[in-house]
Design a protein around this ligand. Structure first.
Ligand code: DX5
Ligand code: ZN
Length: 221
């Protein structure tokens, strides 16, 4: 079965002082721009507060896929939907009212995403599937770019693919995706790929995205 493949590069490893130019290098070949929001509470790192993130989202030439690694996410996520993100992903572990927050994200016009850390199981959260437009299976501990891909997460990706069945729910993986690892993730059932350092540490980010896409496409057919 040929699955639709999406590449959603993360700008976490881009040059934050020249973000417009960095996004400009990849916007033409990306499905969405993956924006990592970290609060130094849910994860031990900080990226953007809501105000700076809003400026990036409003100025982005293509849709933004916001990955919220923040505490108090039930209050914060709706704001990211309201400001126009194409997709807003919350961490299951950070939410006290997953169903309500996913519903609000959708009602504000964004796709709803549910992310699961390496130590959490899909079985615990599969009951939310009807409210989810995308599952995100983390293939590193959230917090930093440039970490090693955890191939032991592929069983969880396979289990999530089964949970999804024929529904049009995207299955994203995030962490350590590169030319070396993307095919393993495709074979396990992922269709949407975040890549940060693989893209921004390469000499030609757009070329790298095209290379990742074509490897993933051939592995999926
Ligand atoms: C990590 C972030 C990722 C990160 C991926 O917590 O969620 O999106 O940017 O970076 P790489 O591709 O370098 O692992
Ligand atoms: Zn991310």
């Amino acid at each position: 079965m040929t699955r639709e493949i999406r590449i959603t590069p993360s700008i976490l490893n881009a040059d934050f002082d020249h973000l417009d130019q960095e996004i400009g290098k990849i916007a033409g070949v990306s499905d969405l721009i993956h924006l990592d929001i970290m609060d130094n509470i849910f994860v031990p790192n900080f990226t953007f507060d809501f105000e700076s993130a809003s400026t990036i989202i409003k100025g982005c030439p293509i849709g933004v896929d916001a990955h919220l690694m923040v505490a108090n996410v039930d209050e914060i996520a709706p704001k990211y939907a309201q400001v126009g993100c194409a997709s807003v992903t919350i961490h299951a572990e950070a939410s006290e009212n997953i169903a309500q927050t996913l519903r609000t994200i959708r009602s504000e016009g964004s796709r709803s995403g549910l992310a699961i850390k390496p130590n959490s199981s899909i079985e615990e959260y599969e009951r939310f599937s009807d409210l989810v437009d995308m599952f995100l299976i983390m293939t590193v501990e959230p917090g930093f770019g440039g970490q090693k891909f955890m191939s032991e997460m592929m069983d969880k990706v396979r289990a999530t693919r089964k949970v999804i069945g024929n529904r049009p729910i995207w299955l994203q993986v995030d962490g350590g995706i590169s030319l070396e690892t993307i095919e393993i993730a495709v074979e396990a059932g992922a269709d949407t790929f975040v890549a940060g350092s693989a893209v921004f540490k390469s000499d030609d980010p757009a070329h790298m995205i095209n290379a990742l896409r074509s490897l993933a496409k051939s592995a999926s057919s």
